[in-house]
Design a protein around this ligand. Structure first.
Ligand SMILES: [Fe+2]
Ligand SMILES: [Fe+2]
Length: 380
């Protein structure tokens, strides 16, 4: 498996095909889009869509709490039909403005659920007023079910892989302590950083979702590190740091052997997971490990995770180090942009300061913190 960064969108293509099929019956449907909901951060985020004439909303997210109409719809179930968008929606929001600019005049919105919990929304938009009559709604609900099955199915496969890797970790000796607030936050930070880079790097919403799904596994190789090193209070001695660093190779072995065992070696998202595990300690100046890769040789997913991981690690107190102040962490990241860290990833983190802070607040006091060593900074 090479250093392919798989930014392509499989589900995007399937949704386009489905959109094409439903347009034979309902040619006025100019856009079909799916957004996923993350209950922990309350964020609703675009995931896949098919649009005639360019997408008005990609890499877009919003707090569900701020979108009252959707929140109400999710709570009561059923569908929402807007027959005249220009009259019925508040044009002050970015979301509404972009839809109106595209000339959409009516819309149908369908929430979808998994095991009773909200997972997201399906949106149809038409360039005519009053397009979504009762018969069209019934037909489009059927297409909608297909689309959500596709989306949930692809996420389920990725989740199986993630659970498999996690379970293998627990069957060995990894501690629950390692799976705490740290990795939940890092996963959300990684998605936020990727969102800021999406246009520049041609990422898809789908890729960003999988990045978030796999980020928590970056340190899975720590299962092979003995407790007296992993949980040592205080800095590691050079020879202990050497042992800590083997967590990368151990993680790659684990991912590869599980992928073989579960028969998911061909899973397109596997490369994202593998790259994260393999390359999250590389540095853009070539001073990282295990291979000392430079700049763009390091897959983007790993460059993103490195920034998210170190940022959160420095801000948190660990048994071997106190928490740094926000100011000190940010100075540190800025100082090392272009040497330790990818400069674009740091810039993206800094530019989304408010979102990052919101994420941090979501997990405050909720989950146990990570107590293990990180092995990224020998001087800490
Ligand atoms: Fe690591
Ligand atoms: Fe970490």
């Amino acid at each position: 498996m090479g250093f392919l960064t798989s930014t392509g969108s499989r589900i995007g293509q399937q949704i386009e095909a489905l959109h094409g099929a439903l347009r034979e019956e309902h040619p006025g449907v100019a856009r079909m889009a799916i957004a996923l909901y993350d209950p922990e951060t309350d964020l609703l985020r675009t995931f896949a869509q098919s649009t005639l004439g360019g997408s008005p909303l990609v890499f877009y997210d919003a707090r569900l709490d701020d979108v009252t109409s959707l929140k109400d719809l999710a709570a009561r179930g059923g569908v929402r039909v807007l027959d005249d968008l220009a009259q019925q929606i508040w044009s002050g929001s970015v979301h509404s403005q972009r839809l109106l600019e595209k000339g959409y005049l009516s819309s149908l919105t369908v929430p979808f659920y998994e095991a009773g919990a909200l997972r997201g929304f399906l949106f149809y938009d038409a360039v005519e007023r009053n397009y979504f009559g009762p018969a069209a709604v019934r037909r489009l609900e059927v297409y909608g079910n297909l689309a959500t099955l596709l989306v949930l199915g692809s996420l389920a496969t990725a989740r199986v892989l993630r659970s498999a890797v996690r379970m293998a970790g627990h069957m060995g000796q990894i501690r629950d302590r390692e799976t705490g607030a740290h990795i939940s936050r890092v996963s959300r930070y990684a998605k936020a950083i990727a969102t800021g880079l999406a246009w520049e790097f041609g990422l898809t919403d789908e890729w960003i979702e999988f990045l978030g799904l796999f980020t928590p596994l970056h340190d899975i190789g720590k299962i092979g590190i003995p407790d007296h090193i992993l949980l040592k209070e205080g800095p590691l001695a050079p020879e202990e740091l050497e042992v800590m660093r083997t967590h990368v190779a151990k993680g790659v072995e684990l991912v590869d052997s599980l992928a073989r065992e579960f028969g998911v070696e061909q899973l397109p998202q596997l490369v994202i997971l593998r790259n994260i595990v393999h390359c999250h300690h590389e540095r853009v100046d070539g001073g990282g490990y295990p291979r000392g890769l430079y700049g763009g040789q390091i897959p983007l997913e790993a460059r993103i995770v490195t920034v998210a991981d170190v940022y959160d690690g420095l801000l948190s107190a660990r048994p071997y180090k106190p928490a740094w102040t926000e100011e000190r962490v940010l100075d540190f990241m800025r100082d090392r942009a272009g040497t330790h860290f990818d400069a674009a990833c740091v810039a993206s983190l800094l530019s989304q300061w408010e979102r990052i802070r919101e994420i941090r607040e979501c997990f405050e006091g909720k989950e146990p913190e990570d107590l293990t060593h990180e092995a990224y900074l020998p001087e800490l």
